[in-house]
Design a protein. Structure first.
Length: 82
């Protein structure tokens, strides 16, 4: 009844290697290489990402406050109403 998803094509001259999940170490070099690598990547991209995000946030908060201020009624228009 057809082929299974993993056996759709036969690829020749390609060698694949795999390691059993029971033989892998989940946290190998986590503290010695993992955390310093995360810190290096964070500091490398922080100054590329943070300024545009700060500018967008400042613009967004300014636009919202301006919108709410413009939507308010002017009390001087209703001084003489009784």
């Amino acid at each position: 009844m057809g082929r299974h998803f993993g056996d759709l094509a036969r690829i020749r001259h390609v060698i694949t290697y795999s390691l059993s999940p029971f033989e892998q170490r989940a946290f190998a070099n986590y503290f010695s290489k993992g955390i310093p690598n995360v810190w290096r990547r964070f500091t490398a991209s922080f100054f590329k990402v943070a300024p545009p995000m700060a500018l967008v946030y400042i613009t967004y908060t300014w636009a919202n406050s301006e919108y709410h201020q413009l939507r308010r009624k002017n009390p001087a228009d209703y001084e003489n109403d009784e």
